[in-house]
Design a binder for this molecule. Structure first.
Ligand code: 6PG
Length: 248
């Protein structure tokens, strides 16, 4: 594994850097393997990055070889305000018009969530390159909640410790908002990615980030620590506020 840390002055600079790394990673994957498989993260941090990719930077990439996936999804319909898919449709998909076959949406509306997690795991295993028995993304975007969760692997649920499946159904702890069930990829998939870009911003996450990066590796306490087990390149894309407690 190789690790890089970038600290940017604010959210706009962070979004620009993240978008340009996305384009670089995509161009490298397309040149090497003819396709780019990327798992997008949800939440608010990546939104300005997606807006740049669907806006001023749209022409910087040949989108015809790009496959969009999601690292997790809320168990809501795709047009629901809390849907991670809806956020990407509004910021990026509408501008790049990918064929449906290249948009690998997690079906949050599925009534049988265990079956949907199994379907996602099966699609990952059949559509992605597999190395050592694990599907390999070219890039995974990982956010982190203030509680140290990533994707929808929340503390105390045991889901960050699952290693015998590539996707799981998650009932988040009661404090989590939105309080909806989730579908999430698991640690082995995150660890196997060729590149992982961790996008984090905001002073409220600074203490948790320092513990995740330098504290004890306790994945059911701080699931974002999974990135310390990544086999590929991990690039931490941070704003100054969230990086404030990191050793200089
Ligand atoms: C989700 C995300 C989740 C997100 C973190 C950070 O479905 O919410 O996948 O893991 O990355 O909660 O969210 P913010 O960027 O909104 O702080």
């Amino acid at each position: 594994m190789s690790t890089a840390i970038e600290i940017h002055p604010d959210g706009a600079a962070l979004a620009e850097a993240a978008a340009r790394h996305f384009i670089r990673c995509a161009s490298e994957a397309i040149a090497a393997r003819g396709a780019f498989h990327v798992a997008l993260s949800g939440g608010s941090t990546p939104k300005p990055m997606f807006e740049k990719l669907g806006g001023p930077l749209r022409g910087e990439l040949d989108w015809s070889h790009v496959h969009l996936w999601w690292g997790d999804e809320r168990c809501v319909p795709p047009d629901h305000v809390e849907s991670n898919f809806r956020m990407v449709r509004e910021t990026l998909l509408g501008a790049i018009a990918l064929p449906d076959a290249q948009v690998h949406r997690i079906r949050g509306e599925a009534p049988d969530r265990l079956a949907e997690a199994a379907r996602l795991a099966d699609e990952l295993s059949h559509r992605l390159p597999v190395e050592g028995g694990v599907p390999v993304f070219d890039l995974m975007l990982q956010g982190m909640g203030g509680d140290g969760h990533t994707a929808s692997l929340f503390p105390t649920t045991g889901k960050a410790l699952v290693r015998d499946r590539f996707a799981v159904h998650v009932i988040p702890p009661a404090y989590v908002k939105p309080q909806v069930e989730r579908i999430s990829v698991t640690a082995p998939v995150i660890e196997a990615a060729r590149e992982v870009h961790a996008l984090l911003a905001g002073a409220e996450k600074a203490e948790m980030l320092e513990k995740v990066m330098h504290g004890p590796l306790e994945l059911d306490v701080r699931p974002m620590g999974i990135l310390r087990q990544a086999r590929g390149q991990v690039r931490w894309l941070l704003d100054q506020a969230v990086a404030a407690k990191l050793p200089r």
